[in-house]
Every structure is written in structure tokens, then in C-alpha cells.
Design a protein around this ligand. Structure first.
Ligand SMILES: NC(=O)c1ccc[n+]([C@@H]2O[C@H](COP(=O)([O-])OP(=O)(O)OC[C@H]3O[C@@H](n4cnc5c(N)ncnc54)[C@H](OP(=O)(O)O)[C@@H]3O)[C@@H](O)[C@H]2O)c1
Length: 296
């Protein structure tokens, strides 16, 4: 870089020197021209004068020297113009300078175009990542009227339709859960990719992938268009920010419990679907399937 700058300066200095030398030469030539012009003018006038006396010709016979001097004078004027106007503004070095300015401008344009292309490709790459990330991260939960979801690391109610819906929705997808929820189940959920989040570094979970953070769990499920967050309370709390949809089963009853689902903020979540169900022989409580979408 340093040597490039040095060579740039050297080149500039060489050009300046060359320009100064050529200007000196041009001015010297002009000076010689002027001297020659004076000399020839005097000689021609003298000769003209001598011949006119010897031939006894009228004053008009001076005309040849007059015309010579007159036309030469214009030649000289042209030379002056050439040196002080043409060569000054349109000399080779001037042309070179204009050229290098143009080249600099072109280089600048190319640089800008390159930068724009880089920015565009970056935006494209980011949007590709975004598109990849444009998974529908979905929370699935069953919560009581008072937001209770569990007690003593167990579920409280049994609603077969809710279980059926859970199976239908999550089948074939990634299911992401906290270590406690995983341990509350008899085994990993079949036909799904189970991901367990724990802070423990050496935790082993049968038929499940173990990770140490929610973001890692999302990365692992990046190929899944709709990974599900299936609980429990700690994980739901963390996942609300990054989720796009909530599939809630609202159980219309208040329960005692130790684990809660966070309040659903109506400013952030919009209800998009609601299916109300009445209690029956298999369902001890009224319940409603509600879908919320995050307001973008
Ligand atoms: N009603 C429903 O729909 C539903 C669904 C699921 C669960 N539940 C209920 O919810 C209860 C369990 O919920 P819970 O809140 O107690 O536990 P949880 O959310 O299932 O799991 C908590 C565990 O996750 C890990 N964890 C939490 N934050 C973490 C982080 N930032 N980084 C790494 N690991 C992290 C920790 O594991 P380590 O301690 O190993 O580090 C923590 O102890 C149970 O009663 C269950 O039955 C209800």
C-alpha cells in the first residue's frame, strides 16, 4: 500500500517535471521565433530599401517586405496563441490529466457499483437466511382459565381431543421442550424429532437431541417449516418472543398448580381461529381451541 502511494507520487512528480520541461522548450522556441522574426524583418526592410534606391522604384516597392513582415507577424501571433492557449490547455499532459481524471471517475463508479453489488448480495443472503428462518415457530399448550399448566411436574387434566389435536399438529415435526417436561413423559414422543433443552452439559436423553439453549434448538430444527415448542413453563416464557403462532387449548376451569403459561398480550397476538368444545363423557371440562398469530 505504502509503495503504491510512493509510486503514485513519483509518477505525479515525473509528469510535473515533464510538463515544466516542455513548457520551457515551447517558450524558448517562441523566443527564438521572435528574435528570428525581428532579424528577418530588419534585413528584409533594409534589402527592400537598398533595392528600391538602386532601382529608383517608388515607395510602393517596399510592399514585398511589408507583406512578408505582415504575414510573418500573424504566424508569430499564431505561435504565441499556440504556446499560451493551445499548449497550455490542450497539451499532451493536459489531455493525459483529463484522461486520468476520467479513469479515476470510472474507477470510483466501478468501486461504487461493486459496493452496491456487495450490499445487494448481502441483503439477498440475509433474506435467504431469513426465508430459511421463516419457519412458523409454534407454541402448543393447554392452559387453565387461570393460566395453570401443570403441578408437581405433571399435567393436571386429561382431554382426549386435546391429545388427539396435539398429535395431529405435531406429527413429523420437531418438538422442543424443557428438561423437566421431557422427564415428565414416559419416553420421547414417537414420530417426532424430540429436542430437550437443559443447562446440564452431559445430559443424556433417550431418543432425543439435547441442547443447551432455545436458539440452538431452533437452529437444529431449521429444516422444519413448523417446529413446535411444547413446554413447559420456563421454555414457553422464553419462546414467546421468537414464536409466530400459539395453538392454545383453553380449559375453562381454574386449577391449583405450580407452573403457568404467560399472559397472552393482545397487543402482540391476534386471535385467528376459535373452536369451542363442550364437556362430555370423555372431557370433564369445557375447552376451546384458539389459534393466535403474532402481529407483525
Ligand atoms: N399444559 C401443557 O400444555 C404443558 C406442556 C408442557 C409441560 N407442562 C407442565 O409444565 C411443567 C414443567 O414446566 P417447567 O417450567 O417446570 O419446566 P420446563 O420448562 O419443562 O423445563 C425447565 C428446564 O429447562 C432447562 N432450561 C430452562 N431455561 C433454560 C435456558 N435458558 N438454557 C438452558 N436450559 C434451560 C432447565 O433444565 P436443567 O435444569 O436441566 O438445566 C430447566 O430446569 C410440568 O408440570 C409439565 O407437566 C404443561
Amino acid at each position: 500500500m505504502k509503495s503504491k502511494n510512493n509510486s503514485d507520487i513519483d509518477q505525479e512528480q515525473i509528469e510535473l517535471l515533464e510538463y515544466a520541461q516542455s513548457r520551457i522548450k515551447q517558450k524558448k522556441n517562441l523566443y527564438y521565433h521572435f528574435v528570428l522574426f525581428l532579424f528577418i524583418s530588419i534585413i528584409s526592410l533594409t534589402l527592400n530599401h537598398i533595392f528600391s534606391i538602386s532601382n529608383n522604384i517608388s515607395f510602393l516597392s517596399y510592399s514585398w517586405s511589408f507583406w512578408l513582415i505582415f504575414s510573418w507577424f500573424f504566424l508569430f501571433l499564431f505561435h504565441v496563441f499556440n504556446v499560451y492557449v493551445t499548449n497550455r490547455f490542450m497539451s499532451k499532459s493536459w489531455v493525459r490529466k483529463q484522461k486520468s481524471n476520467l479513469i479515476k471517475l470510472q474507477k470510483l463508479k466501478i468501486e461504487n457499483l461493486k459496493k452496491e453489488a456487495e450490499i445487494e448480495s448481502k441483503i439477498k443472503a440475509e433474506s435467504e437466511i431469513f426465508n430459511k428462518k421463516s419457519q412458523l415457530i409454534t407454541i402448543i399448550v393447554a392452559a387453565a382459565e387461570n393460566d395453570v399448566i401443570g403441578i408437581d411436574n405433571k399435567l393436571i387434566w386429561h382431554l382426549s381431543n386435546d391429545l388427539k389435536r396435539f398429535k395431529e399438529l405435531t406429527k413429523g415435526h420437531h418438538v422442543i421442550m424443557g428438561r423437566k417436561t421431557f422427564e415428565s413423559m414416559p419416553r420421547a414422543l414417537p414420530n417426532r424429532t424430540n429436542i430437550v433443552i437443559t443447562r446440564k452439559k452431559d445430559y443424556l436423553a433417550e431418543n432425543a437431541i439435547v441442547t443447551n439453549s432455545l436458539s440452538d434448538a431452533i437452529s437444529i430444527s431449521s429444516e422444519d417449516s413448523q417446529p413446535f415448542i411444547i413446554g413447559g413453563g420456563e421454555i414457553y416464557k422464553m419462546a414467546l418472543n421468537i414464536s409466530d403462532r400459539i395453538e392454545l387449548t383453553r380449559v375453562h376451569h381454574n386449577f391449583d398448580g405450580d407452573t403457568y403459561f404467560p399472559e397472552i398480550d393482545a397487543k402482540i397476538w391476534r386471535e385467528t381461529n376459535r373452536i369451542e368444545k363442550k364437556k362430555d363423557d370423555n372431557h370433564k371440562y369445557n375447552y376451546t381451541f384458539i389459534t393466535y398469530e403474532k402481529i407483525k
